[in-house]
Design a protein around this ligand. Structure first.
Ligand SMILES: Nc1ncnc2c1ncn2[C@@H]1O[C@H](COP(=O)(O)OP(=O)(O)OP(=O)(O)O)[C@@H](O)[C@H]1O
Length: 200
């Protein structure tokens, strides 16, 4: 369960949103939607404690996210950011980096379900398209089997067929909580809940 209670997001230039409250149940698939700049990516960072709200509270499984709880809370999460510059040469190195090197079978199965060749794991990241890279990263993160999966614009580099495959993969995950940020209508429709951020 993830709860936002009257949360504010602000930077030097002003308040982005104020008094934002929502509830995401365990196992619920959620999409945060809203115009560009409304704070969607920031919400995903807040859930992991990378951005601390000046006002309001965030709870994960009933535990207040603070300096002490943040480490344990992050261990429940896998995060696929929007803009990814990976400090690795290929997918195998990425698996070692995030600690899923023993799960090659699992990663390969996700890669296959996402419409890529298994050989992509050894291909140089620099030689991949945005959509190929995005799917390799998602497959690797899924293999961690964390309770909460945070996906920032997961469809941004994907064509329609790849989006449908990703939706199918995500729908087949058992009891995982997904929090995503997206504008994509097909993705939004596939989620159990949409949280619209309007800004102020
Ligand atoms: N570290 C930062 N310092 C200052 N301003 C920031 C910072 N991070 C984000 N912002 C600002 O906060 C606002 C919300 O940014 P955020 O990336 O969360 O929006 P978004 O809804 O995800 O946008 P998009 O759909 O374009 O990805 C933007 O105006 C952005 O410029």
């Amino acid at each position: 369960m993830i709860q936002f209670k009257d949360v504010q997001l602000s930077f030097n230039e002003g308040i982005i949103f104020n008094k934002l409250s929502f509830f995401i149940n365990h196992g619920q698939n959620t999409c945060i939607s809203g115009p560009s700049g409304s704070g969607k990516s920031s919400i995903l960072k807040m859930i992991q404690g990378y951005l601390i709200p000046p006002f309001g509270e965030i709870f994960v499984d009933g535990i207040l996210l603070d300096k002490i709880s943040v480490r344990d809370i992050r261990m429940q999460m896998a995060y696929v950011p929007q803009n990814i510059n990976l400090p690795v040469a290929n997918g195998l190195e990425l698996m070692r980096l995030i600690g899923s090197e023993k799960k090659r079978d699992v990663v390969e199965s996700y890669i296959d379900n996402l419409g890529l060749e298994k050989e992509m794991l050894t291909r140089s990241i620099d030689e991949m398209s945005g959509g190929q890279k995005q799917r390799i990263i998602i497959a690797t993160c899924l293999s961690l089997e964390r309770e909460i999966l945070l996906l920032d614009e997961p469809t941004s580099s994907l064509d329609d067929g790849s989006i449908s495959r990703l939706i199918k993969v995500v729908k087949n995950l058992d009891k995982k909580t997904i929090v995503s940020a997206s504008h994509n209508p097909e993705w939004i429709q596939s989620m159990d809940q949409e949280i619209k951020i309007e800004g102020i």
